[in-house]
Structure formats: C-alpha cells, structure tokens
Design a protein around this ligand. Structure first.
Ligand SMILES: Cc1cc2nc3c(=O)[nH]c(=O)nc-3n(C[C@H](O)[C@H](O)[C@H](O)COP(=O)(O)OP(=O)(O)OC[C@H]3O[C@@H](n4cnc5c(N)ncnc54)[C@H](O)[C@@H]3O)c2cc1C
Ligand code: FES
Length: 269
C-alpha cells in the first residue's frame, strides 16, 4: 500500500502522484532501476502499468505520471492527496545505464512517453560528469498537452542540457517559445551526430516508427537506439498473455529493447 503524498496536475488530462510507502520497511528498502514499472491499483477498478518516473536514487517515495484514458487511470485520476493506492513492483527490465557512461545521450519522448525516460535523465544529471552531451527532444500534440513544465524549465536553464521542445503545427498557442513540427521533422532539423551517441526513446508507435526512419537517415544504427514499449498489461508476471508482441511478453522480457532487437523480432518494425 502506498499513500499519494503529493499530487501534481500536469495538464488537462495528466497527473503525477508522488507515492510514499506506508510500511517503514518498504520506505527503507524499496529500490528500482530506470525503465522499470509498477502496477498501480485503484480499488474496485483494477491496475495499470506505470513507469517509475523519479530518479532511482530517491528513497522512500516514487513518482508516477499517467494520462487519464480509461477505467483504471480514470479512477486513479479521481483520487486525492492522502488517499491509498495499491503498488506492485518493480517489474520489467531496465535501461543498461552502465553502457551509457562516456556517451552522448539523445532523449526522444512523445506525449505521455516523457515520464518513461525521465528516471534515466534524472540519474544521468546526478552524475553529469559521467556523460557527454545531453539533448532532450520532447514533443506534445499541442501546448495544452505539455507535461513536466517545471522539469522542462529547469532543463532549459541548465547550460549542460540541450532542451528542445516542440508541438504539432495545429497545436500552437500564442506565446509558445518552442519549435513547431512533428518530432521526426524537428529531429532532422537539430541534426544530432550519431558519433558515440545513444538514443533513449519512448512515445506512441507512430512517432517511434517515423523517428526511427529519421535516425537512420542521420546515420544512427538500430543498436544505438533504446526503446521502452508500453503495451497493454494485466498480470505483470508472464501468465495472462495480455502484453505480448508475437511470442515476446513485454512484462517479462521488456519493456526496454534496442531497436536492433525489435527489428530482429519484427522485420516490419
Ligand atoms: C511498461 C509500461 C509502462 C507504462 N507507463 C505508463 C506511464 O508511465 N504513464 C501512462 O500514462 N501510461 C503508461 N502505460 C500505459 C498504461 O498502463 C495504460 O494506459 C493504462 O493501463 C490504461 O488503463 P485504463 O484502465 O485506464 O484504460 P482502459 O480502460 O483499459 O483503456 C482505455 C482506452 O485506452 C486504450 N489503451 C489502454 N492501454 C493502452 C496502452 N498501453 N497503449 C495504448 N492504448 C491503450 C484502450 O484500448 C482503450 O481504448 C504503460 C504501459 C506499460 C506496459
Ligand atoms: S501482463 Fe500478463 S503476461 Fe504480461
């Protein structure tokens, strides 16, 4: 059981909970690795897989951010600060952080994909000297769909982060100070070098498909690209068969894969 310690409305349909473990032993001992997820339960409604979005070095509480799209996330969205929710986890594999040391990092996130890569980013910023350049490309459908504005403002202030934000051409509002265009288009404009660079990416399948094409055009190889896949899930334990892509169970083997792995499994990817 965890308590909603703080609740931050991120946008018209997206909320962040800071979840604090109710048992002292869990507060002391719970740990996770960037990329892992938990099944968060709203009583009477069910559970949803949500990526842990805070830095993995934080103790005692974790953040999750979710878009209210259906039964469970809608029920979670009706809760208040101080309410209790269920927490099962951590589940899934992780981003192989040890392979990123000394490399340039390019984060690409679309929409509600941003929380899935922020625990990696938070941990990299804590050990900033271990990495080369850090670029964050984040895109939302419109200015009203932008989330994590407080984090983005902080990353924009830092001289050691190249923060690039964009909204779709039909989603611009007055006063917007970012770029306008779909993520693959903006990616090609900023023209990142593939040299000694790894890409850490999460977003809707259509964004991933076209961002992959742009990355390949820019000279990136699929081995350099790490993705996290957010399929539907139920048990989280490899038992119900709900989360599969072909014969691969995302909850057991994923959710983090290289694009090379995805291409080997699915030549159409
Ligand atoms: C490893 C992993 C990490 C995730 N991390 C996050 C996260 O950090 N934040 C977040 O908001 N979501 C995340 N998701 C997605 C989230 O689990 C689902 O959106 C959520 O469970 C939907 O539950 P629901 O009962 O509210 O919606 P439902 O009532 O089940 O569905 C509502 C509508 O959304 C569609 N839908 C449901 N789940 C998905 C999905 N995964 N992808 C596309 N369409 C879907 C349904 O087909 C339906 O049309 C993650 C998923 C996985 C597998
Ligand atoms: S969620 Fe049940 S098998 Fe993966």
């Amino acid at each position: 059981m965890v308590t909603i310690r703080t609740l931050v409305p991120e946008s018209h349909d997206t909320v962040t909970f800071e979840l604090q473990f109710q048992e002292e032993i869990a507060r002391q001992n719970f740990s996770f690795e960037p990329g892992q997820f938990a099944l968060i339960g709203a009583f009477g409604a069910g559970e949803s897989a949500l990526t842990m979005a805070s830095g993995a070095t934080r103790k005692g509480s974790v953040d999750v951010t979710f878009r209210k799209i259906g039964r469970v996330t809608g029920a979670l969205g009706r809760l208040n600060q101080g309410d209790t929710v269920g927490f099962r986890g951590p589940f899934g594999n992780r981003f192989p952080m040890e392979r990123y040391k000394g490399r340039n990092l390019l984060f690409i996130a679309g929409g509600i994909g941003l929380p899935a890569v922020t625990s990696v980013l938070f941990d990299c910023l804590e050990a900033r000297n271990d990495y080369g350049t850090i670029t964050v490309l984040y895109g939302a459908r419109s200015t009203k769909d932008l989330i994590y504005q407080r984090h983005i403002a902080e990353w924009e202030r830092r001289l050691d982060v190249n923060m690039v934000k964009t909204v779709d051409p039909w989603g611009v509002a007055d006063g917007w100070d970012g770029k306008v265009g779909l993520i693959p288009v903006v990616l090609e404009q900023i023209n990142p070098s593939p040299e000694n660079t790894v890409v850490i990416m999460c977003g809707p399948p259509i964004m991933i498909k076209f961002a992959m094409q742009s990355l390949e055009k820019l000279g990136f190889r699929p081995e350099q690209v790490y993705l996290t896949v957010e399929n539907k899930m139920k048990c989280g334990l490899g038992k119900c068969g709900r989360c599969n892509i072909g014969d691969m169970y995302i909850c057991k083997e994923g959710p983090v894969y290289t694009a090379a792995h995805m291409k080997r499994m699915y030549p159409d990817f």
